[in-house]
Design a protein. Structure first.
Length: 393
């Protein structure tokens, strides 16, 4: 066994543990990302990476987006706050490079995705018990009976993880792995997502369902599950209340104030923004009803525009949309084996992530990690199908 194989296997094991502990512990997340980065850097330094980054357009667009973040940081002056914001986004993007360069082939990712699904399902059972019994093994002061489920982390983070696990499970169960255990996992996670009362995740999952069902031309599945989700939410009092509140802008006054302030920040510095993490610094001096504890403006696009300028928004959209375009074209070429179904789950999550991003800042933390991982899956599959893909296009 050569050094490349040893490091590749080690990286696979680290990714497996990272995904398993993702819904459980932030300390484990930090350690996992750090170790994955170290092993990946060793692969690069020794020239043992499986693939050249210059050969893939998705990676080039990714690096273009990262460059815009660095430029914004340098133009606005390097400081602890801006570096912290920059590193949060880079820690997510690095997962794309880790998967693309460090994983031997896409089949190696099967156990990693299953680890995410199983772990998230177990935490979902705990979350459901938390909602009905106030079970609180983390001793969080925010846990209340019949209130938003927090899981082992916090509500929004857990909901973001559920989005990804549901999307991957949806594609595997309904289009590939007809396994009762995964059916049960899907049902448990779907119920728990409802109990988080996170509207951005709800809308993201619904649109994700529609997209991946249409991609494989099984629209009846989309109608069935979207209908089921809507019936559950509308018949459940808390769900109905959350949806009605969304339609009334006056009930979202604080979020509207944050969005208006982000637009103001963007107009002041449209090209390079005010620097990563600058929104939090900016609202500290506002005399308004905005909670000064907010770290972001609850919108990816406005947040990037305000903090890093128009170039970061444009490059991020090009990067994300080209990734989806590549994945869909790949699925038109081949749709027969496990890796194709895995691509389907990645497409569903990226769509859900982008929709959720209209009402929350999902570009770092757990949702950001899963975004980077999903892009890495598509990038790896595009490389493996390079000749066939290019001939088709």
């Amino acid at each position: 066994m050569n050094l490349k194989t040893i490091l590749g296997r080690l990286l696979e094991s680290l990714l497996f543990l990272f995904m398993f502990f993702l819904p459980i512990s932030r300390s484990a997340q930090a350690i996992g990302i750090f170790l994955c980065l170290i092993v990946w850097l060793i692969l690069i330094v020794l020239g043992k990476g499986y693939r050249d980054i210059i050969q893939n357009k998705i990676i080039l667009f990714c690096l273009l987006f990262v460059s815009s973040l660095f430029i914004s940081t340098l133009v606005n002056g390097v400081n602890i706050v801006s570096l912290d914001g920059l590193m949060k986004i880079l820690s997510c993007v690095v997962l794309t490079l880790v998967v693309y360069q460090g994983i031997e082939n896409i089949q190696c990712l099967k156990k990693i995705v299953v680890a995410l699904v199983v772990s998230t399902s177990v935490v979902s059972v705990y979350g459901i018990l938390q909602y009905f019994t106030r079970l609180n093994i983390t001793n969080s002061d925010k846990v209340e009976i019949f209130n938003r489920v927090h899981g082992m982390l916090d509500t929004n983070s857990f909901a973001g993880i559920l989005e990804a696990a549901i999307m991957y499970n949806f594609s595997l169960v309904f289009f590939y792995m007809k396994n009762l255990v995964f059916w049960l996992c899907f049902l448990v996670m779907l119920i728990c997502l409802g109990l988080t009362m996170t509207r951005g995740a709800w809308f993201g999952v619904v649109v994700g369902f529609l997209i991946i069902s249409l991609v494989v031309k099984k629209s009846r599945w989309a109608l069935l599950f979207v209908g089921l989700v809507l019936i559950l939410l509308l018949t459940w009092p808390h769900g109905r209340e959350r949806i009605i509140r969304t339609l009334k802008l006056e009930t979202e006054r604080e979020r509207m104030l944050m969005w208006k302030h982000s637009i103001k920040m963007f107009i002041e510095n449209p090209l390079f923004g005010n620097g990563p993490n600058s929104f939090w610094k900016s609202i500290q001096h506002l005399e308004s009803n905005i909670d000064k504890g907010h770290k972001h403006c609850h919108n990816i696009y406005l947040g990037l525009a305000a903090e890093c300028g128009i170039f970061s928004v444009v490059t991020f959209l090009i990067f994300s949309l080209f990734t989806l375009y590549t994945a869909i074209r790949l699925l038109k070429i081949s749709f027969y084996n496990f890796s194709d179904y895995l691509i389907l789950g990645a497409v569903g999550y990226i769509v859900s992530f982008l929709i959720h991003g209209f009402v929350d800042y999902t570009l770092y933390g757990e949702t950001g990690y899963l975004y980077g991982f999903s892009v890495g899956i598509i990038t790896l599959r595009a490389f493996e199908n390079k000749n066939k893909y290019e001939n088709k296009i």
